[in-house]
Write a protein that binds this ligand. Structure first.
Ligand code: RWZ
Length: 362
């Protein structure tokens, strides 16, 4: 019976309901509707954040999605695309600016981009400047890589810094601007993005190599060149052994960021912010554990099991994070074959991660 609920609890429930409700502002309403359509997983973790920070991060996400949509549209000639990528950070301040491109949901996002711009302009200035700065740096970085390829491991880290590391830097600054978190070092924020991005690049090998009209690959020649002469050869059955060796070398490279990610998350104070950061990170290490030594990465889509995803979505504390990183590291450890050329390096990373997690267990 409603009368039996203590008044303070009633207040709390009302506040929680107000928090989750669809915003009154049509600009934000569009942003949240778009967010659920373009990214189911990010939509869930963003919506459980505190309201003020949540709106800023939702807008940040859609602004970067806009940049992605321009970058990814192969119908736009390079001489048009490059200047737009470089100036996009200025256009977000102008709701009358529009550039129609992309497909399906992304096309709708670009078609109605003035609603994202309006939502952006309604954010506090502190949030706006963070979003604009990261969009500026990302757009210029993307422009640079339109004309140059990812060859060395340094190129790979630089590319991933632009498309994902800067997301980490931006999120850390938004957290700090909200007053909820201490400032986090840039190198740790960068690693948070690199760990996710490298995992996606590894998992999406087949999808990217089969891209029509032209494949867009981000695997660095400095790594794959040790195992083959053409990156696309790895999808052919007779190259399975080299393909898996190459895959394990790529996963070993990604695992190098895991300790930074743990340190970053250990410093997060707010529980909702931790969930927001940790869910994608645990999904990433779970994906790496599934992909490790698995030829199916070159055959089709490798996905983490439904049950595992459901469990990951439940996590709420740093104990859960350490537990998950420990378990997925152990899963990789069991799959290491001593004959694999990266075995020693992989085992070193895995030992460091497991030791780090054990030190922080309750
Ligand atoms: C603000 C929570 C949209 C997340 C990042 C931001 C921007 C990610 C990489 C997430 C072509 C699209 C595939 C450019 C390479 N970029 N996007 C929060 C967010 C383009 C391919 C895809 C990249 C890649």
């Amino acid at each position: 019976h409603p009368d039996e609920i203590p008044p303070l609890l009633k207040l709390k429930i009302a506040a929680m309901q107000a928090q989750r409700a669809i915003p009154n502002d049509p600009n934000l309403a569009f942003c949240y509707r778009m967010l659920t359509r373009v990214s189911r997983s990010f939509s869930i973790v963003i919506q459980q954040l505190r309201p003020e920070l949540r709106d800023a991060i939702c807008v940040f996400y859609l602004v970067l999605r806009g940049l992605d949509t321009i970058e990814d549209d192969m119908a736009i000639p390079i001489e048009i695309k490059v200047p737009i990528l470089k100036t996009f950070h200025k256009h977000i301040y102008d709701p009358s600016w529009k550039f129609i491109c992309g497909e399906k949901n992304y096309k709708e996002l670009m078609n109605k981009f003035e609603l994202v711009s309006n939502a952006f302009l309604n954010l506090e200035e502190g949030y706006q400047s963070v979003i604009a700065e990261m969009t500026d740096r990302m757009g210029n970085g993307m422009a640079k890589f339109i004309e140059s390829e990812v060859i060395t491991v340094d190129d790979y880290d630089e590319y991933c810094h632009y498309v994902a590391g800067l997301v980490g830097l931006g999120l850390s600054r938004l957290f700090h601007a909200s007053g909820l978190e201490e400032f986090q070092p840039d190198d740790l924020s960068n690693s948070m993005g690199l760990f996710l991005q490298k995992t996606n690049i590894i998992r999406d090998y087949l999808e990217d190599i089969n891209e029509i009209p032209a494949p867009r690959m981000f695997w660095p020649h400095e790594i794959w060149g040790k195992f083959g002469t053409k990156l696309e050869d790895f999808k052919h059955e007779d190259n399975s052994e080299n393909a898996v060796k190459c895959l394990n070398a790529m996963i070993t490279n990604a695992l190098a960021h895991a300790i930074d990610c743990l340190r970053y998350m250990e410093a997060i104070e707010d529980e909702d912010n931790l969930r927001f950061c940790a869910i994608p990170q645990i999904m990433a290490i779970a994906t790496l554990a599934e992909c490790y030594n698995n030829i199916n990465v070159f055959r089709g889509v490798v996905k983490i099991r439904r049950g595992i995803t459901a469990k990951i979505m439940q996590m709420r504390s740093m104990d859960d994070v350490h537990g998950a990183f420990f378990d997925f590291s152990k899963k990789i450890a069991r799959k290491i074959d001593d004959k694999d050329p990266s075995a020693r390096a992989t085992r070193k990373h895995i030992e460091n991660i497991m030791e780090h997690c054990e030190l922080h267990f309750p």
